[in-house]
Design a protein around this ligand. Structure first.
Ligand code: EPZ
Length: 430
């Protein structure tokens, strides 16, 4: 199994190209199920989750081809991928595929809307909490679907004339349930109103793509979305938006090591409050013509007090990375996780570097330390894993990060991007 070896201490200097966002790419790919015509996605990141989703979509009959020019190994250019669901050959998403990635559950929306039925295994995914699917099922019921759960599968059926527009009010903001409601309502008859919708940039990206395909959607990016269903959708071409979590992760890496990095293609507006938090901690952030420049000179980091929230609040997907950073702040920081109930698994691994973190319920108190010391570590989810990489970049001596497959789910060529900027980091294979 691959591992990442890091020798900490180098400042980061240079440029890091930001890839297409994993969490936009996945719903966009799934949207290809809504139409028999070709959906072309540019700037698709090369990630294990994208490869897995290609397989899952292939199982339903989607033909996937990589179009246009492929970038060479070090150009870091995303793929252009053509997805054509000419005919849906299977409306079942089986356990062995869905259990590996929670987002694959989202195929339930387009399959049900286009084919009138879907049988989808209850999902798996990162070990960050219980992550139920009740909001999805209630949303589909609001569009007229009947739902049964049998032997670990959700069996859903549309009424005889197809899904009907309805009012969906989410009790809590859910990114995935909003994606599914958007896709399903686009092909339902009549108007759907989604209330307490997620406002994440990835929702706006999906809505933009659906609109290009002929959907009638207003209000994406706000809490209330109106959708007028259309009988069919066409093909389209769409470029995946830049990855805000990758952006924030490298911003925190340079905040940690010191130095000066331009995050090429990054957009500050996609980060909600995360850059504000870094600025308050003493990091400089400047929007440039080609991205965002982030730096920290010799000055120390001020402690932080942060609570994760739906967009535009501080994202849960940057919580672990911020915690690594807080380990080096001058004083005591507090981080409260409100989205997932079990997203502190990185704490005991950060302790292996010498971090001082105390957990009380949903809040972690982090006492900054002068030095972190390299260690062998591993994590059980993607963002926790990358927080260990960030800690390793500043820790004295050698760090080995095990279970690299988590990183490969969400970070394209992590070690290449960092080593180009002066970090001592390499992948040990086998
Ligand atoms: C998306 O997950 C992201 N995944 C996650 O990123 C991200 O952490 C999360 O949104 C929050 O921003 C993708 O986009 C592929 P939710 P999702 O539904 O949609 C509860 C990463 O590292 N809930 O917004 O699964 C749920 O338990 C990943 O890239 C219900 O109770 O998250 C959680 O507490 C990890 N019932 C809250 O809502 C439901 O039916 C928000 O979850 C659905 C959700």
């Amino acid at each position: 199994m691959d591992r990442i070896r890091i020798v900490g201490g180098a400042k980061l200097e240079g440029r890091i190209p930001i890839s297409g966002a994993k969490n936009a790419a996945l719903p966009l790919m799934i949207a290809s199920l809504l139409t028999p015509y070709t959906l072309t996605l540019d700037n698709l990141p090369r990630l294990a989750d994208v490869v897995l989703l290609k397989r899952i979509l292939g199982n339903h009959g989607v033909e996937v081809t990589v179009a246009g020019k492929r970038a060479s190994q070090d150009e870091f250019e995303g793929d252009s991928v053509r997805l054509t669901a000419g005919e849906i050959v299977d409306t079942t998403a089986p356990y062995d595929l869905v259990s590996r990635m929670r987002a694959s559950f989202w195929v339930i929306g387009p399959l049900l809307a286009r084919m009138g039925e879907a049988k989808v295994s209850l999902p798996g995914g990162c070990a960050i909490g219980t992550r139920p699917v009740d909001f999805f099922l209630d949303a589909l019921k609001a569009l007229g679907a009947t739902i049964d759960i049998e032997a670990g599968y959700v069996l859903s059926k549309a009424p005889s004339g197809g899904l009907k527009g309805g009012r969906i009010t989410f009790p809590k903001v859910s990114v995935g349930a909003t994606h599914v409601a958007l896709m399903a309502a686009s092909l339902a008859k009549g108007e759907t109103v989604i209330e307490n919708a997620a406002r994440e940039p990835e929702i706006v990206d999906l809505a933009d793509c659906l609109i290009k395909m002929g959907a009638k959607i207003e209000g994406a990016g706000s809490s209330t979305i109106h959708i007028q269903g259309v009988p069919s959708l066409s093909g389209a071409r769409h470029s995946v938006l830049p990855d805000r979590i990758e952006t924030g992760t490298y911003a925190m890496a340079v905040a940690m090591t010191g130095g000066d990095i331009t995050l090429e293609g990054a957009r500050r507006d996609l980060l909600g409050s995360a850059f504000d938090v870094l600025e308050e901690a003493g990091v400089t952030v400047e929007v440039t013509n080609d991205g965002v420049r982030v730096g920290r000179n010799g000055a120390g980091l001020r402690p932080m007090n942060v609570t994760t929230e739906p967009f535009p609040g501080f994202p849960t997907d940057l919580q672990a990375q911020l915690m690594a950073l807080a380990c080096r702040a001058e004083g005591s920081s507090k981080i409260t996780e409100t989205i997932f109930e079990n997203r502190f698994m990185h704490v005991q691994e950060l302790a292996r570097f010498g971090a001082k973190i105390h957990i009380d319920g949903r809040t972690a108190t982090i006492e900054g330390v002068d030095t972190l010391k390299g260690a062998p570590v591993m994590a059980t989810d993607l963002r926790a894993s990358v927080s260990l990489v960030i800690a390793g970049l500043v820790a004295e001596g050698e760090t080995i990060v095990n279970r690299v497959y988590h990183l490969d789910r969400g970070f394209e060529r992590l070690e290449a991007k960092l080593s180009r900027c002066g970090a001592t980091i390499e992948r040990l294979t086998g």
